[in-house]
Ligand binder design. Structure first.
Ligand code: GYE
Length: 327
């Protein structure tokens, strides 16, 4: 190669490099949302097998109805693969924006990327995706939900003060690979270790479901007859564990302390009855905040990468008064 052609080649290579960078920057943006009178919006729900999910769906439907928006609603029935297909169908139907409650952190990444490629902004509701694989303000607009690490920490802090000599913990984890399961474990395990004097004798997934929680609790109580604390990542599994504890001839709240997260009416009622020691609320009423965030984005406002909900805390000191307001 002559000196001249080498220089031409280098210039061309630099130009291609710059174009690639420019392309990457353009792709790094969340698709825009036009201001409109009425929107067609997708809500890809993960499953409907518990009161928390039903409260969330109702809140989304009610708010959309109030605004006069068309809501394309899908229920993935507990299958990440179906949820990806649901999002693809919303893309094909030309929705303006997609609210997605990703069942698991990794399998829903292709859905987020497909919407972005189709020019449709995505807002993550209540669960997040793997932050290494997709970024807020980049691949999706924002995450709206609770601080799950803090929820786990709040349970641990209450336990450290109210354990009354109980020390051996069975942990019932949520759906494997779901962000609330990962973070409720991390927050709790780290805080309980820092508190000292406790031992997590077993930790296993009950898939955030009542019957699975009951079955897993039954097996773990048999394997660890000295366990005296059950920490469940949601109400459904805590309620399942209470059945298992009673079936084992023990008294929940007395022989075995039960702790939970979600704060549905049934669980708050069980706090009143003394069967559950404490529940950290995880607020499922997403509608108003979800649609307000969408409107702010359409107006051109800069949206924060995370919008964290405020959660209450229930124990014997307030459960009675709070019962009526629980979802
Ligand atoms: O705690 C659980 C639900 O993702 C925060 O999922 C949500 C969790 C909630 O099925 O009950």
């Amino acid at each position: 190669m002559s000196a001249f052609s080498r220089r031409t080649f280098m210039l061309a290579a630099t130009a291609i490099g710059a174009m690639a960078v420019a392309g990457a920057t353009a792709m790094a943006e969340v698709p825009k949302l036009k201001q409109k009178e009425k929107y067609k919006v997708g809500f890809a729900q993960t499953e409907s097998n518990n009161p928390w999910r039903i409260a969330q769906t109702n809140s989304m439907k009610e708010t959309a109805e109030k605004l006069g928006y068309q809501l394309v609603y899908t229920d993935a029935a507990g299958s990440a693969a179906k949820q990806v297909a649901d999002v693809n169908s919303m893309i094909a139907q030309g929705v303006d924006l997609i609210f997605l409650a990703p069942r698991e952190e990794k399998p829903l990444i292709p859905a987020v990327m497909a919407a972005k490629k189709a020019g449709i902004p995505v807002i993550l509701l209540d669960r997040s995706v793997d932050p290494k694989l997709a970024k807020a303000g980049n691949d999706y607009l924002t995450f709206i939900g609770s601080d799950f690490i803090k929820e786990g920490q709040r349970v641990a802090e209450w336990l450290a003060k109210n354990a009354n000599g109980k020390t051996k913990i069975i942990e019932l984890e949520g759906t494997t690979g779901a962000s609330p399961a990962n973070d409720r474990k991390k927050g709790f395990d780290e805080a309980i270790k820092a508190a000292g004097g406790f031992e997590i004798v077993a930790s296993q997934s009950g898939d955030f479901a009542r019957d699975k929680g009951r079955q897993v609790a039954e097996a773990l109580l048999q394997a660890h007859p000295d366990a005296d604390i059950v920490y469940a990542h949601n109400d459904e599994m805590a309620i399942g564990a209470i059945s298992a504890i009673e079936a084992a001839g023990k008294v929940p709240g007395k022989d075995i302390l039960v702790l939970s997260i979600d704060g549905g009416k049934e669980a708050v009622g069980l706090v009143v009855d003394g069967k559950i020691g404490a529940v950290v609320e995880c607020n499922p009423r997403f509608g108003p905040k979800a649609f307000e965030t969408m409107a702010r984005y359409a107006k051109g406002e800069k949206i924060e990468p995370k919008l964290i909900n405020d959660d209450k805390f229930y124990d014997s000191s307030n459960a009675k008064e709070e019962l009526a307001g629980a979802y």
